[in-house]
Design a protein around this ligand. Sequence first.
Ligand SMILES: [Zn+2]
Length: 259
Amino acid sequence: MAGEAIQPGRGGEKRNAQTSASAKPARRSSYPAVVDRLMEQLSSLPGVGRRSAERLAFHILKSTNDEALALSKAIADVKQRVRHCDVCWNLTDHVPSMHDKQAHADDGGEDRGEGADAPRCELCRDVQRDRGVVLVVEQPKDLIALEQTGMFKGIYHVLMGRISPLDGIGPEELTVAGLIDRIDRPQANPGGVPVREVILGLNPTVEGDGTALYLMDEISRRPSVRVTRLARGLPTGSQLEFANKAVLADAIAGRQDVR
Ligand SMILES: [Zn+2]
């Protein structure tokens, strides 16, 4: 009976009878069912708790029809139009045009088997970039962060995660095969350009390091390709005394000549 005390008050007994079979006790709510459903959906978003969901739902209820529909359309559009790039797995809303299909064929793209209708991101289509240098990252958001520096002129490969045996994630669950394919077959890389350098830009975590080691091992069997990794060490503006041991060890190992 103690567990059922979550739903006190009028109609409680009846409600209990209906929901006692479900694992999660239903919260008593005076909102119309559609509002409850909206709050439930909102609270499933990361960082949004029950209270925030309630606030957001009220904001949506108060907004005009046009505003609310613009929000729902933005969500629908993102799901319908955003795809992963066929080459690097970056996010893109690119829809191949006839011109792109010709360029794709000129790149030797017909050999890829996926066809010329596969989406290709803005970075992979940019002929100004150095397509011989591929920076490997875990997630599209890492790519965005690096791109915002404006310092990197090569192209990318997004792994869509990192190797994590404890979570059952091996190289097969990631886009490792696509990366190796780009290295082994220039026609699988944009512009048919052979990859000459792979920069490992994985996060400095246990899994990130493990993934980097795995990739180093795979790529080192291809002696024509140079493998580097992003420098690590003390962040600008930090103080030695506050840096942790791993950061300091990396900083010492990655020391640079000053003259
Ligand atoms: Zn791409």
